[in-house]
Design a protein around this ligand. Structure first.
Ligand SMILES: NC(=O)C1=CN([C@@H]2O[C@H](COP(=O)(O)OP(=O)(O)OC[C@H]3O[C@@H](n4cnc5c(N)ncnc54)[C@H](O)[C@@H]3O)[C@@H](O)[C@H]2O)C=CC1
Ligand SMILES: O=C([O-])CC(=O)C(=O)O
Length: 267
């Protein structure tokens, strides 16, 4: 059985715990919550048969097989870097955090010192295997378009680009590099950052973001061209009820990745 520590227990975390509850090969022993939110998280987990222990930091003597981050950018600094130094393998869902200058190098150095590994999860997007394989032969262009319901862009610079409450047509709220998208839209830039890391990098991946008042899906579309040929992928993700910014596929991506570590065959 694999012993897991989960960082963050919001929309993704609860979804993952629900799906793992009856898996005999995976056990989440600890959930690490942010300071002050422990009681709320315990309440969220009250209906579980064997709820994980809720703490604000991993105990010094804990030695999980895997640590999975489902929390947000700050948690990488707070929990993932120290865990890597301790030799704990980490799975990261907040891939957008890696667009911060120098963070990739710090994660690599911490994993090397701890003689362990970091796995960046595909989350809300697919085709990352094909894109990173295509990169081996050389890529010429990667263009990504993220289209979400207007309400998903609340509290982002999208509010300055248009009136999200009254737009009647799908409206482009951003066009530029993945680096700029990550800076301006940190909570919506995970897919752009993942495509950049697998493909052409933050400066050469072109991003378009759209607020769509008629959509209730998170639509991720990208096109890649290179020596391998060309492919495009369009993924119409259903948002989670608990957080409309997050696609349900992200939960399944975490469960798949954990299962691949525990089961005899990984796919
Ligand atoms: N790779 C991908 O495709 C996607 C990645 N994400 C990332 O996953 C993260 C979580 O998403 P949701 O569960 O929908 O968000 P959420 O807001 O529902 O839940 C996040 C939870 O993490 C907790 N948290 C925040 N900082 C923490 C810290 N430093 N230590 C411990 N707990 C902390 C919060 O209190 C909250 O309970 C997002 O911030 C986003 O960056 C989200 C969607 C797709
Ligand atoms: O669709 C999602 O779940 C999240 C998303 O767009 C992103 O962070 O890039």
């Amino acid at each position: 059985m694999l012993h897991i520590t989960m960082i963050g227990c919001g929309a993704i975390g609860v979804g993952v715990l629900e799906l793992l509850e009856n898996d005999p090969q995976l056990c989440v022993d600890y959930v690490i919550a942010s300071e002050g939110s422990e009681a709320l998280v315990r309440q969220r987990l009250a209906s579980f048969k064997q709820p994980p222990q809720v703490l604000t930091a991993l105990p010094a003597d804990a030695r999980p097989d895997l640590l999975v981050e489902c929390a947000g950018h700050r948690a990488i600094e707070e929990h993932v870097l120290p865990a890597l130094e301790r030799g704990i393998a980490c799975l990261i869902v907040s891939v957008g955090a890696l667009s911060e200058v120098g963070l990739v190098e710090r994660l690599e150095a911490a994993a090397e010192r701890g003689k362990t590994r970091i796995e960046l999860l595909p989350g809300a997007i697919g085709g990352i295997d094909a894109l990173s394989a295509a990169k081996v032969g050389g890529l010429d262009a990667v263009n990504y378009t993220g289209r979400k319901p207007a309400r998903a862009w609340k509290n982002t610079p999208g509010e300055q680009a248009c009136d999200l409450d009254t737009i009647e047509q799908a409206t482009v709220i951003f066009q530029g590099s993945a680096r700029e998208a990550a800076r301006l839209y940190p909570k919506n830039a995970n897919v752009a950052a993942t495509l950049s890391l697998a493909g052409l990098g933050l400066d050469r991946t072109h991003v378009t973001l759209i607020a769509d008042p008629h959509s209730d899906e998170n639509v991720h579309h990208f096109e890649a061209r290179g020596a391998f040929g060309r492919f495009e992928l369009s993924l119409r993700g259903k948002p989670l009820l608990a957080n409309p910014k997050t696609s349900a596929l992200t939960v399944y991506s975490v469960v798949r990745a954990l299962g691949n570590h525990a089961h005899a065959i990984s796919i």
